[in-house]
Ligand binder design. Sequence first.
Ligand code: GLA
Length: 705
Amino acid sequence: MTADPRRSPLGPVGAAEPSTAQPGVDSPRAQWLTGVGHVSYGGDYNPEQWPEEVWAQDMALMREAGVNLVSIGIFSWGLLEPSEGVYDFGWLDRLIDLLHAHGIRVDLATPTASPPAWFFHTYPHTRVVSRDGTVLGFGSRGMVNPSSPEYRRASVAIARELARRYGRHPALALWHVHNEYGAPVSEDYSAVSAAAFRAWLERRYGTLDALNAAWGTAFWGQRYGAWEHIDVPALAPSIVNPSQRLDFARFTNDALLECFVGERDAIRAESDVPITTNFMAGACPSVDLWRWAREVDIVSNDHYLTAADERGHVGLALAADLTRSVAGGRPWILMEHSTSAVNWQPRNVAKRPGEMARNSLAHLARGADAILFFQWRASRSGAEKFHSAMLPHAGTGSRTWREVCALGAELGRLDEVLGSRVRADVAILWDWESFWAQDLEWRPSEDLDHRERIDAFYDRLWRDGHTVDFARPDADLSRYRLVVAPASYLLTAASGANLARYVADGGTLLVSYFAGIVDENDAVHPGGFGAPLREALGVSVEEFLPLRAGERVHVALDRAAAGPAADHAGLELVGDVWADDLVLDSAAVVGTFVDGPAAGRPAVTRNTHGAGTGWYVSTRLDVDALAGLLEPVYRDAGIAPSGLPADVELVRRHGADADFAVVLNHGDQAVDLPLTGVDLLSGESAEGSVKVAAGAVRVVRTARP
Ligand code: GLA
């Protein structure tokens, strides 16, 4: 029997069917993280880099630091399978038994992010081909084509061997499949991927007519008359069909997900221990975590500060909120962060005293029930020898080591926080498919930057003290008072209808420019720009009026329409990058362009639709100017800024019997906050006021309001 090329070898995952199902499963496996009874603490542990005499010292030091969970074997394929089908598990047997004897739980990885030298020697065509046709070499990691049948067979085989050997070991707490899918490379442009892409397209479209229609191939004479004529969107003389590239991004996401599912199912057949894979929420744009999160038992995430960003704690908060959101609100694992500097940024800034604990507890505040690092002991050799670690090169006399031990002790006082949930009144729409589409070439302005807009709106909400969820545009949004859409370039008609329903039912929606422009095929919506949002917003866009580099426009907020916002000092807001020629339908004008290409035309509009309101802003406002815009929007939503001191963050976790206010002071001044309760970290009780020293954190068990 010949295999049907359209059938995915690993089942139906590749059938690119979007789903709105909630991620995660409330199985006993998903409960492990909370059920273990304490905050998990530890990191990546790579003892194969050290003589075994060092392992005994590691055990003693892990106990001293309060480590109770380590991730092992992540890059060990070459040691575990020194030649194809020949296994050497001796060292891993000894290691797992040793950890078990010391009461340290094991997060066992499949080592498939870094295939061994023999693999590439035997199967040279599995190497990744980049978009310009370069074949990527060995001597690094992560350079394998995810569509390669040989890679899939070999990765499933090693996963199965590990699961058979260790799947019931009492030390085993968690499976860690692969490492950071999608990084450092995701797309592969080889002939193997071209064949897999064609099979994927046949599954998606069924007929060439459907594909030609979806891709608009009448344009530039690209019509296809045979499946085998379709190729990967490699570099071409001019830009490649954007619909083809968008589908290639979807195909790549599916190919990576099939790799995960293949390994996961091989493990599941042998072991009932929960399975995760470490995401890079907010940092890795090539995988759609709404889809991935549904396939894991527990969501885990890696996060590293961007050293150049002095407000890195806001980016951290965003990544943590996004992780919690893809986890459907369930507790999650911070699988990696750094004790101090990383080694892969242009300038690797060391963390200041106390910053590591503050970062860790900021993740915990937003739903993490496990705090882990890359890595336990700093490597002497290799590409990451200048990366910080829990046990740095400077050893146990170092500040880092003292802080690692102190953090372990602090986390040991937070058992009762486990499993409590974060609630948000505000959601930001987040859609990887829209980002993939918007990032393609020949958009109306190179200054259109979806991530910059999300970061700016998030930062404004952070400064105003609002805890934020991220949501898909087609999700049930009814629990949110305010939904913000800073970057919804690709928005299906169904999602537009979902947003209109949300507003009609009483919600407040705020949409930023360049939204609702194209459908799922990157084709402009019939009815013009913004057509799917017209019902909710009561406006449409007749023409884009992008601004020149550095050009600024002024927006006058209307006193009557903005209500109390008229008292706001920033009555005239400054924008740049963008303006629209807006056509009013039912919306009222709240802000008018004073100058620029849209002078005298609407810049900010407010539409009453059913029981709610839909707002639109057609220029780029910075974080300060967004305060002026958001004031009347908050009023519609029935929410207000928290009034916390600048650089102070307060996030609440809600437990079955108590609430916990996690207060993080990122500033250099002590603050007093009106809280009553017990600080679990210090044991101190507070009546009406809690002092939080500069740089400090409090976790206050508060009475239920
Ligand atoms: C990633 C990887 C780790 C390590 C760290 C360094 O997150 O998963 O293996 O390379 O980066 O920051």
